[in-house]
Design a protein around this ligand. Structure first.
Ligand SMILES: [Zn+2]
Length: 424
């Protein structure tokens, strides 16, 4: 009888309700309007509970995240990760997703048009299927994608073929992109919008060369539909301010129509002299994204967290910034399963430290903004597993472990390699 009782007690102790518990952090979950101290519990790759005072004994692993911010895994709406065998962004200009994502709190990346219908499946095979980061894609309206000169080929902008490929990969393709077009016609934009109409998906436009034959003002007040996205909003060529420095009224008109404005910082598309006055006059971005590629990663953009930090130092609140890198971004691509910490959602979580000190931030023309705050990626959880742990806050001191084998537990640990667990 006593043995039976002991067995029952032992099985109760081992049957923990949660795999991972992030305890004592400041949760910012804009979708659920949470901005305060909460614990976040995870089970089987999903958010299981968000509440104050969840007991430590209920989880296989508890991590103390007091003093840190706990947010939904960041969604970067504009990156280039088709590091394939082609040219330009279908090859050497793109980067690999896992090299950049988790260390910056990003758990979902949206490739903005690097591939088109002709090479999307190569992109999927080489990059999307191999990444641990969730990679979604906007399909370029040009069949050959962002491969350089072919981007100017009007004959290759086929809305039916693009929409058919999107229908075939509904779980990955979340929109269409028109990019870098230099000619005087609207064909690139119009065909992307046409594909969007067939597939029921949004369109993102990088306006390419700004030409008098097709004014930017017409793009956002006439050509784009509500829910379509104009990226590179703080690019030098965007007519943002009038001669007296006031925000041009057509931008508010476009916003009223439901057209969305994305940052897409990149290597050439973000100036403080555009962004600071716009933000001061209340024209905030709908989404904050990096436009990550080899030309931006070592420039002023650097990372998703550097990009978000710029907006904090330009006067936006942390809550406003997180909204625009989580729930807003997920909604734009109609992936309302992402970008929040609702019970049942995929357990993608970023744990961020807000550093206070003296920091400099640089734009694409090489101008600097002096700031006092900077976000750092402390811990990232993807699909319920810890995939980034900057200071080892999930770990025990080696001196206390004796002759130690592989640490962690596969129920929460996505870092220690499985093969190490069988080694001594
Ligand atoms: Zn881009």
């Amino acid at each position: 009888m006593r043995i039976l009782l002991l067995l029952v007690v032992a099985s109760l102790i081992h049957a923990q309700e949660y795999d991972l518990l992030l305890r004592g952090g400041h949760v910012i979950d804009p979708k659920n309007k949470i901005d305060g101290r909460r614990d976040v519990a995870i089970k089987d790759g999903r958010i299981a509970a968000v509440a104050a005072g969840i007991p430590e004994t209920k989880a296989v692993k508890t991590v103390n995240v007091a003093g840190l911010y706990v947010t939904p895994g960041l969604v970067d709406l504009h990156v280039h990760v088709f590091a394939g065998t082609g040219t330009a962004y279908t090859g050497p200009s793109s980067v690999r997703p896992d090299d950049h994502s988790f260390r910056s709190g990003v758990t979902t990346m949206v490739d903005a048009g690097s591939s088109g219908w002709r090479n999307f499946e190569e992109f999927k095979q080489l990059s999307i299927d191999k990444a641990r980061t969730r990679v979604l894609a906007m399909l370029n309206i040009v069949g050959a994608g962002m491969s350089g000169a072919p981007e100017q080929n009007l004959q290759d902008m086929d809305p039916d073929k693009a929409a058919a490929m999107a229908a075939k990969h509904k779980d990955i393709i979340v929109g269409f992109k028109s990019a870098h077009y230099a000619g005087p016609e609207w064909t690139s934009v119009e065909n992307a919008v046409k594909a969007g109409g067939i597939a029921g998906l949004p369109v993102m436009v990088d306006f390419g060369q700004f030409r008098p034959e097709r004014p930017f003002e017409d793009l956002v007040t006439k050509k784009l539909r509500p829910g379509d996205i104009s990226t590179h909003m703080f690019l030098a060529s965007v007519p943002m301010l009038d001669e007296t420095g006031r925000l041009r009224p057509y931008l508010l008109e476009a916003r009223k129509r439901g057209v969305l404005f994305d940052v897409g910082h990149g290597g050439g598309s973000f100036l403080f002299r555009q962004a600071v006055p716009a933000i001061q006059q209340g024209f905030l971005p709908d989404s904050i994204s990096t436009d990550l590629h080899i030309g931006s990663m070592n420039g002023g953009m650097t990372t998703m967290l550097t990009t978000l930090s710029k907006f904090i130092n330009m006067g936006m609140t942390l809550e406003d910034v997180i909204l625009r890198a989580t729930w807003n971004s997920a909604r734009q691509i109609k992936r309302e399963d992402l970008g929040h910490l609702s019970v049942g959602a995929p357990a993608d979580v970023a744990v961020l430290r807000l550093l206070k000190g003296s920091y400099g931030f640089v734009d694409v023309n090489g101008a600097r903004l002096q700031g006092t705050q900077k976000l750092e990626g402390e811990l990232t959880v993807s699909g319920g597993k810890v995939v980034w742990d900057l200071n080892g806050i999930t770990r025990s001191d080696w001196k206390a472990l004796g002759h130690y084998g592989a640490q962690g537990d596969p129920r929460w640990d996505g870092i220690v390699q499985q093969e190490n667990r069988t080694r001594r």
